[in-house]
Design a protein around this ligand. Structure first.
Ligand code: AP5
Ligand code: ZN
Length: 217
């Protein structure tokens, strides 16, 4: 399957992607995670992306589209993938369509995670991520690790993202509304969008998403 996950910052895209990718046996491709890996490795691409990310702005398309395309061309993604955080504006959606067309494949569904704004702010403020593996995501009150600051899965150190400060989160939300939300209409025109109410327990949201995918979308 080829799936796109959309939703505001903190909607739970990364959290859901980890479960959905496992259930569907497809790779989870997160452009945010790819940028953060490049930043921690000190690559040129990471250096280009960091200032935009810290400001809550989108990284320019000429950097992002090539990086996403390279990842989708890896052997593990030939049979399908779950995109998280890409595309993030209409020109990225058009570039993705073009790439899929070249490969002779199509998207199966676009899952739109719907969460009220006051909830995403709470989710982001309490989020803690493992330094060893970005799929190990916790929340200080909703899914607290057994020991503060320590990953339950691998014992790694938990940290708070640089762009999770209140001011940057507000900027990211504004960018989401102005630049990313238009892709929902773009994909509605292709009859691909399934809206998933994303309040409630993580497992409940995963069940809704799986049911929507198995329901033919
Ligand atoms: P990116 O990393 O994609 O961040 P984002 O879209 O802002 O999304 P988040 O990672 O903040 O949230 P999420 O929805 O994954 O939520 P999570 O599962 O962690 O992008 C970061 C930056 O990179 C961008 O600002 C931009 O600069 C750049 N970038 C990336 N892609 C780009 C692109 N294509 N083009 C240009 N620039 C790009 O959950 C949040 C918290 O809530 C966690 O603590 C979790 O435990 C908790 N939680 C999750 N689900 C639930 C639940 N059901 N109940 C209670 N708590 C929950
Ligand atoms: Zn870990």
């Amino acid at each position: 399957m080829r799936i796109v996950l959309v939703g505001p910052p903190g909607a739970g895209k990364g959290t859901q992607a980890a479960y959905l990718a496992k259930n569907l046996a497809i790779p989870h491709i997160s452009t945010g995670d790819l940028f953060r890996a490049n930043i921690s490795q000190g690559t040129d691409l990471g250096k280009k992306a960091k200032a935009f990310m810290d400001a809550g702005e989108l990284v320019p398309d000429e950097v992002t589209i090539g990086m996403a395309r390279d990842r989708m061309n890896q052997p593990d993604a030939t049979g399908g993938f779950l995109l998280d955080g890409f595309p993030r504006n209409v020109s990225q959606a058009e570039a993705l369509d073009e790439a899929l067309k070249e490969d002779g494949v199509t998207l199966d569904a676009v899952l739109d995670l719907e969460v009220p704004e006051e909830e995403v702010v709470k989710r982001i403020a309490g989020r803690r991520i493992c330094r060893n593996d970005s799929s190990h995501v916790f929340h200080v009150s909703y899914s607290a690790p057994k020991q503060e600051g320590v990953c339950d899965v691998c014992g790694g150190e938990l940290y708070q993202r640089d762009d999770d400060s209140e001011a940057t989160v507000r900027k990211r939300l504004e960018v989401y509304h102005t630049q990313t939300e238009p892709i929902i209409d773009y994909y509605k025109a292709q009859d691909l969008v399934v809206t998933i109410p994303a309040l409630g327990k993580v497992e409940e949201v995963t069940e809704r998403a799986m049911a929507a995918l198995q329901g033919g979308k």
